[in-house]
Design a protein around this ligand. Structure first.
Ligand code: FES
Length: 160
């Protein structure tokens, strides 16, 4: 005979801090990330166009928008109208936001195994490669990021 246990409680997870899931993939392990506490400078270089842009980061203004981890390279880029692909929405589930941190990599959080797994799919991988949505500089030094020419959304470019 089956005994009834109930009534069932409705599952309602606590809302995340600041009510945002930006940059968070609930299916992978999350790590702590140090956000900057002082201003720093980040330079974006476009391999495709040869252009560069320098942005002064004021920590009190983070995050700049809701895609990617708060304070991440992707957060900064999109918040300043710098085009950068982000097919999975900035949750470490693709490799389209691949960028190369040419300088200042030591000030960024360490890549997780999940990030490294995704990066293996990125063309032109280098030892300085990161997923822009997961890479968060701590502001202890200036950072130079190269946006590779191959950083394109293959899904969008496939003809239908
Ligand atoms: S946008 Fe998909 S991993 Fe960064």
């Amino acid at each position: 005979m089956l005994s009834r246990v109930g009534p069932w409680k409705k599952f309602s997870p606590a809302p995340p801090e600041n009510n945002s899931l930006a940059g968070i993939n609930p299916y992978i392990k999350q790590t702590e990330v140090a956000l900057p506490t002082r201003p720093y400078r980040i330079t974006f270089l476009s391999r495709e166009t040869g252009e560069s842009r320098v942005i002064e980061i004021d920590p009190v203004r983070l995050p700049f928008q809701r895609t990617g981890r708060p304070g991440s390279i992707l957060d900064i880029a999109l918040g300043h109208d710098i085009e950068m692909e982000h097919t999975c929405g900035g949750v470490c589930a693709c490799a389209t936001c691949h960028s190369i941190v040419r300088s200042g990599l030591a000030s960024c959080n360490e890549a997780t195994e999940d990030e490294e797994d995704q990066l293996e799919e990125a063309p032109g991988l280098t030892i300085q490669s990161r997923l822009s949505c997961q890479c968060v500089p701590d502001g202890s030094m200036d950072v130079v990021v190269e946006i590779p020419a191959w950083n394109r959304n293959a899904v969008k470019e496939t003809p239908h």
